[in-house]
Design a protein around this ligand. Structure first.
Ligand code: GUN
Length: 293
């Protein structure tokens, strides 16, 4: 059993990418007279969504982008939100925008996602962008899977010919991740298995993974008995666990029981500081691209 794992360090990797983005932003400003501009729509006051959107806005400041936060109350109608999306689609001062998910129950997320102009869909959630990804055509990649690719590339983790198991099949993480890891590219060229809530004997499958990517949304769900020696483990989950010994009363953990699993791994992402920073960075990369940078 290995005890000398290495960290897939999202903070260090995102710092390197953010420096590139900041340079790109300066070039866009020189060329077009204004920096790249991202808008974020936040509906309601879900604390996690507020934190995520705040970190996106802050990241824009850090690289010299302009950002606009548009808030709407939790009881906004679907019609009003669709009108806002239409106005953002038509706003030439914006390069891209996101509508933070989840949305309140009265709103059909799919309808809102479909209403976003694909050219401004820097989240990469529109079917046109997901379809282009499937076909290997240029477009906007969803931020979390794209950030994971960047993280693997930055640390020069070999992926070709490996068995990659993705746990979770969401439209924004698991499914696109599986497509990207099987592409003829680097990172990529994996043999991919997608496991999910209905998978029988999940442990037997995850134990076969050379690369295990977990996006299941359950705190500390993956234990050491589910991971093979020397595996590469990427943890997309982030959860708050109550912890009275901490000043703020909680600590963060992922979908993977890090303390038990890490000693078996060759590489593993920490939580926080692994996938999280890369997701924001990928959103900024898409925005830079949308601005012509
Ligand atoms: N909710 C959870 N992750 C995301 C994301 O990447 N983008 C948006 N818009 N909402 C999310």
């Amino acid at each position: 059993m290995s005890t000398t794992y290495q960290l897939l360090d999202g903070k260090a990797c995102s710092k390197a990418v953010l420096e590139r983005i900041a340079k790109g932003a300066m070039e866009v400003k020189k060329k077009r007279g204004r920096p790249p501009h991202l808008a974020a729509v936040l509906v309601g006051d879900d604390p996690a969504s507020q934190t995520y959107v705040a970190s996106k806005v802050k990241a824009c400041e850090g690289v010299g982008f302009q950002s606009t936060l548009l808030r709407r109350p939790a009881d906004v109608t679907e019609g009003d939100l669709l009108e806002l999306v239409a106005s953002l689609n038509a706003d030439a001062s914006l390069d891209g925008f996101i509508v933070q998910l989840p949305l309140p129950k009265q709103i059909d997320e799919e309808r809102v996602t479909l209403a976003i102009a694909p050219g401004k869909d820097v989240d990469g959630f529109h079917p046109q962008n997901l379809g282009r990804m499937m076909l290997g055509l240029p477009g906007y990649l969803p931020a979390t899977p794209s950030g994971i690719l960047e993280l693997l590339k930055h640390h020069e983790v070999p992926t070709e010919g490996k068995h990659c198991v993705v746990v979770g099949r969401s439209n924004i993480v698991g499914t696109p991740m599986a497509v990207l890891m099987s592409r003829n590219a680097n990172p990529g060229n994996c043999t991919v298995t997608v496991a999910h809530s209905r998978t029988r004997d999940l442990r037997a499958i995850t134990r076969q993974a050379d690369i295990l990517i977990v996006a299941i949304g359950k705190a500390n769900f993956i234990g050491e008995d589910m991971v093979k020696d020397e595996a590469v483990v990427v943890d997309v989950g982030i959860h708050r666990l109550e912890d009275p010994t901490r000043k703020n009363g909680f600590r963060l953990c992922g979908d993977v029981d890090f303390d038990r699993v890490a000693p078996k791994c060759s590489w593993i992402t920490p939580v926080p500081g692994g996938v999280g920073p890369m997701t924001v960075t990928s959103l900024l990369l898409n925005t830079l691209k949308a601005a012509g940078g």
